[in-house]
Write a protein that binds this ligand. Sequence first.
Ligand SMILES: [Fe+2]
Length: 249
Amino acid sequence: MLRFFANKNRYSFADIGLRCDVHSHILPGVDDGAGEFSDSLAILQAMHAAGVERFILTPHVSGGLFPNKASELRLRFDHLVATLPEELGLQIALHLASEYMIDEFFDEQTDLLYYNDRHILVEMSYGVRSLNLLETVFRLVQEGFTPVLAHPERYIFYYGGRRGPRNVEELEQLQEMGCKFQLNIQSLSGAYGPDSLVNLKYFLDHGWYSYLASDIHAARQMARYTDFQVSPAQFEKVRELASNNETLF
Ligand SMILES: [Fe+2]
């Protein structure tokens, strides 16, 4: 398989072999992802055509922009599942979780939507580190959860330029506490700049990622999942992450 990918950085979404996506904004009308049902359907059809069979929907939940309640998300999710065209509905499976912003609002949540085996997706603002990051991870682990930090390669406060990430100690501490890391497919294209790519490669080479996800917001994004700027060996690691996803559904 390695030989097939040698001398090639034009990998695309289908090359990954992603069967189970664990981070997506497909649920309509609840965040900055799909707006209408037709948008949701377009994403599901495009991803299914690229090999995805199981989808974990992870709408944003945050105090400021997206104060979504779990009960309302469940209602919308059930409606989406019931409205799918029959043929597509038979070929794919959907699960509802959420992507929780680590903020004061999250500290007050009691009804949480999470993955299999009490794994829970959390994120921070790209530009501002959450002040309650370590306390929140600690509390979640105490409560029997495994926090999964979305796209650590996108947080600019860990950018240290060409020499590698800044504040490696904290990233190591998070993992020692039991936090897992999830890589975004779009980050592989260098879409978030050279510093993001440096960190991504560092995390990949150090085996710090556990899961891989599309973080898709719109069907047109599928065209951007290409020209991955990683070596063949790093791409093999990416493919391994895709198979780890299966444990979360
Ligand atoms: Fe997301």
